[in-house]
Structure formats: structure tokens, C-alpha cells
Design a protein around this ligand. Structure first.
Ligand SMILES: [Zn+2]
Length: 518
């Protein structure tokens, strides 16, 4: 038995802070919580860890990611719009999957994340089964909980439109280079997910489906995934409405938004989670809330890939389940989940025309990062709160350091976490009763060796085949940009795009100055 002691304990998003609180852990489970004095009297032989300078919270949960240890920026892709940036990520020199995921897990654990969602996009450099096994093994060895979703796509490989004629319009060598078969046949994909589920399903790992996006999968594939997921009791994680072009494509090709389309084909439901939803309409938000489908919000990723700002506050107001994710694209490029929570908080305190209007609260962000994400990743009643019977996924943060030299005690500790916190103050992290981070250092991953191997793999010169791939991707990117040129003119984008009004017309009674730019 272990007693994890703190100065302030916040057991859940809707629970008050407890002074001198402690948590009793037996094996992988929480068995008791309360005032430290009472708990130590009830469990006198328990080993005590932590202390009164710490803030104790439930393990944070990353709702969406791809297990990237080296970031896309570190590997050479400079952020830009999704549909152009994506081709730069195809130029990456391969790095060992086990090392990349281990490094990612280490960064996440050190920022207080005890469970992550991993959507695995195949690198193409290794056999698919080996990549999946290596990734899952990396989480297992790091002692991190994961919801692992192999990705699949079988539609619109290059542009949102007629890909055959697009491909045939490209120069011959580019066409040839792009004509390699997909890594998965559909049958192989379903067999793989079934096999991974049978082999790895347990308290530390859930397996789910990862169709990459509605515009990147045929209707038949989406429906088959939904049916098989239901049969096996698995979740489905899909990117959707990340970019404006995805919305325009759906409106023009399918006559409705992607969310309305997914509803119409029977795809949506409580086991389905959409990453992003940046371009959701008001009606989409109601569809989401009504279907029970979840959304994960990736604020940094949406800023970095110039996608926009998702209507998260409005989604929550409508009753939709919204979680939070890093997408491997955190604001400081370091997978600091606490910083991501802060960014989410700041973005959705939304500009106000009144002096006191509703906005996202720190506790709502905390809920997104804990209990909501737990349910979106299929670990609903097992993690996300510090409560007897749940897994002992706990984080101790140095609260003294966070408040240094003085922070008013009237603030809720979760507000202090969002204002003064970062992964810098994460001291101890426990996953299922196992200490994986101590004194801010990861115990389960040899970070130094892993980092050196990654650096070595990523920094070697490209071979001639890789040089040719760079040229192909550069040409493809150029052509993809040309293909979608002018598309936004097909859509009314206000009020989403320009946040503030540039006009001064007050209902026909202009307040304008004569020479506004004088
Ligand atoms: Zn993603």
C-alpha cells in the first residue's frame, strides 16, 4: 500500500480542492482518499510518497496524437495549411518506430499525461505489422496507457476531387512515383485490427479503428468500420472538418457537411470520436450533441496548420462531448500538455461584446483533459478521476514552484495550474500504481539513448531514392495547391474567419470617423 500525499488534492473536475489530501493506492488501483492524517491512521503501514508542497491531480489524458517523438518541424516540415504541409511530412527520413514512440511517450508522461490516443499513420518504411507491434510495445515498456488506432485511407489520395484525372495531369515521372499500391488492402486492415485487439486489449491498451477522414475513405469502408467496431465493442477515431477545403469538398461533392454526411450513412454514435471539427456549422454542432459522438480539440495544431479556431465553447454549450489533444503539434513543439490546456482555455474565453459574458472555465478545460478524454478513449469509468476503484493514474506537481513567489490563495488550484503551470513542475507521475516519472525524470525510457538514435536516423544524408521522393513531393505539393486554388470563393466564410469586425456600421447608424486611416 502506498499513500500519495499532497498539499492540495483536486480529485476531479467537479470536486472541490482538498487541503492536505492523500490517496491510498494498492496494486494498480485507488482504494481510498481523504485527509492525510485520517488516511495514515487508517493505513499505518503504508509507504508515504509526495508531500505538502505538491498539487495532486488525476493523470491527464491526450485525446488525439500520432506518437511522434521527433516533431514534424524537427524532421523538416515547416507548418502551413494541412493540404500543402502534408506533402512535406512525406519526405521524412524513416526513424525507428519503437524509438519514436518511446520518445513521444516520455515527453507526454513528463508533462503529466498518463494515457494517450495514438492514431498510427504508417511510415511505409517498415512492414505494417512490425510498426504496430513496435508502437504498442513502446507504450507498454514506457508504462503508459494507450488507445491505439491503426489508420486507413482508401479515397482521394492527393486532392479532394477526381484523383484519376489529377494524377494523369502530372508529369510522367511523378505519376510513376505516386502509383505505388496502398500499404493495406481493406481485408488486411480489418484482420490487423482484430488481431491487435485480441492480442493487446487490457487495462493498459485499447485498440480502435482509425479511418483517417470521411473524405479519405469510401462510404463502404466507413460503414464497414462502424459495423465491425460495434461488433467488437471498439471505438472509432476519425479526423473531420480540420480544414476549410474539407468542408467545401463535402458541400460540393456530397451536398452536405461531412458531419451531416456521416450521420446520414449511420456512422455517428457515442463510440465515434472526431478529431478537430474546426469548420463545424451550428447544425453540425447539434448533430454531434444529438448523436453522442465526441470531438477532440487540438488548438495548437489548428493554429500551426492555419486551420482556424474550432467552436469549442459553442459545442460544449450545446451538450457535445469535447476532449483535448496535442496532435504532436503543441504550441512550443514539445508536447507540453499543460500548456495545451492553457491555450485551449485562452482561445475559448472568446472575445466579448459584453463586460461579463459566458466563456470556457479552467474547470471545463480540466474536464476535457481528464474525464471527457477518458470516455472518448474508452476508459470511461476507469481513469479521469481520483476515486476508489479507478486505476491509480496520478500526477504530483510542485505547487510551491508554480505559485512562486506569491499567488493569491483565492484562486482555484486548477486556475493556478493553467496560469502558472507547465510540464516543468511535473514531479511524480504514477500509471496504474507504477511510478514512471520521479523528480521530473522518466524512469521507464532511456531518453538519452533513444534521443541519440533518433537524431542519428533523422540527420543522415538522403540516399538517391529519398532525394527523388523529395522532388516528387515538391512537385505534387505545387500541383495540389493549384488544384484547390480559388476554392474558398465557393463558400461564405464569415463569421468564422475574421475574428473582429473591420466595419463600423452600427445598424445603419454609422459611428464612423470621416477619415478612419488618417
Ligand atoms: Zn491527427
Amino acid at each position: 500500500m502506498i499513500l500519495v500525499r499532497s498539499g492540495i488534492l483536486v480529485p476531479a473536475y467537479d470536486a472541490p480542492a482538498m487541503v492536505d489530501g492523500a490517496v491510498a493506492v494498492s496494486g494498480e488501483t485507488i482504494v481510498d482518499l481523504g485527509a492525510f492524517e485520517e488516511l495514515s491512521a487508517r493505513h499505518p503501514t503504508a509507504r508515504v510518497m509526495g508531500g505538502d508542497r505538491f498539487l495532486l491531480i488525476p493523470g491527464l489524458i491526450n485525446g488525439h496524437g500520432h506518437g511522434r517523438g521527433l516533431s514534424s518541424f524537427q524532421r523538416g516540415a515547416l507548418d502551413n495549411t494541412l493540404e500543402s504541409w502534408i506533402w512535406d511530412t512525406r519526405k521524412f527520413k524513416p526513424v525507428p518506430v519503437y524509438d519514436d514512440v518511446s520518445y513521444c511517450a516520455a515527453k507526454l508522461l513528463k508533462s503529466g499525461v498518463t494515457t494517450t490516443m495514438h492514431n498510427h499513420l504508417l511510415t511505409g518504411a517498415f512492414p505494417p505489422d512490425q510498426e504496430f507491434d513496435d508502437a504498442i510495445m513502446a507504450y507498454k515498456d514506457a508504462g503508459m496507457r494507450v488507445c491505439f488506432c491503426p489508420a486507413i485511407r482508401n479515397n482521394n489520395p492527393f486532392v479532394y476531387g477526381d484523383n484519376k484525372s489529377f494524377l494523369s495531369s502530372l508529369p510522367q515521372p511523378v505519376q510513376e512515383a505516386l502509383s505505388s499500391p496502398p500499404p493495406f488492402r481493406e481485408e488486411d486492415y480489418f484482420n490487423t485490427v482484430r488481431a491487435l485487439h485480441a492480442m493487446h486489449h487490457g487495462s493498459m491498451c485499447h485498440v480502435g479503428f482509425g479511418p483517417v477522414g470521411p473524405q479519405w475513405c469510401t462510404t463502404g469502408l466507413l460503414q464497414k468500420i462502424r459495423g465491425t467496431a460495434e461488433e467488437l465493442g471498439l471505438s472509432v477515431h476519425i479526423h473531420s472538418l480540420e480544414s476549410v477545403l474539407q468542408k467545401i469538398h463535402s458541400l460540393t461533392a456530397l451536398g452536405r457537411t461531412p458531419i451531416a454526411f456521416m450521420r446520414d450513412i449511420g456512422f455517428l454514435g457515442p463510440e465515434v470520436v472526431l478529431a478537430h471539427g474546426v469548420w463545424a456549422t451550428e447544425n453540425d454542432i447539434h448533430i454531434l450533441a444529438g448523436s453522442g459522438a465526441g470531438v477532440t480539440h487540438q488548438p495548437s495544431s489548428n493554429l500551426r496548420l492555419r486551420s482556424g479556431i474550432a467552436p469549442v465553447f459553442h459545442m460544449l454549450q450545446a451538450g457535445a462531448r469535447v476532449g483535448l489533444g496535442l496532435d504532436g503539434q503543441g504550441i512550443n513543439d514539445n508536447d507540453d500538455f499543460i500548456q495545451e490546456m492553457k491555450l485551449c482555455y485562452l482561445l475559448h474565453r472568446i472575445p466579448s461584446l459584453e463586460l461579463n459574458s459566458p466563456h470556457l472555465s479552467a474547470r471545463q478545460v480540466f474536464k476535457m483533459a481528464t474525464e471527457t478524454n477518458a470516455s472518448l478513449l474508452g476508459f470511461g469509468s476507469k481513469i479521469g478521476r481520483i476515486e476508489p476503484g479507478r486505476y491509480a493514474d496520478l500526477v504530483l506537481l510542485d505547487f510551491g514552484k508554480m505559485r512562486f513567489p506569491h499567488t493569491d490563495r483565492a484562486h482555484d488550484p486548477i486556475e493556478v495550474l493553467l496560469y502558472g503551470g507547465s510540464s516543468e513542475q511535473v514531479h511524480t507521475v504514477m500509471v496504474g500504481g507504477q511510478v514512471v516519472v520521479e523528480g521530473g525524470r522518466i524512469l521507464t525510457v532511456d531518453e538519452h539513448s533513444v534521443a541519440s538514435r533518433l537524431a542519428e536516423a533523422a540527420s543522415r544524408p538522403r540516399n538517391p531514392k529519398e532525394e527523388a521522393l523529395v522532388k516528387t513531393m515538391d512537385e505534387l505539393k505545387k500541383q495540389v495547391i493549384l488544384f484547390h486554388k480559388g476554392w474558398v470563393e465557393k463558400l461564405r466564410v464569415e463569421p468564422y474567419f475574421d475574428v473582429n469586425a473591420w466595419t463600423d456600421d452600427a445598424h445603419g447608424n454609422p459611428l464612423s470617423c470621416e477619415e478612419p486611416f488618417a
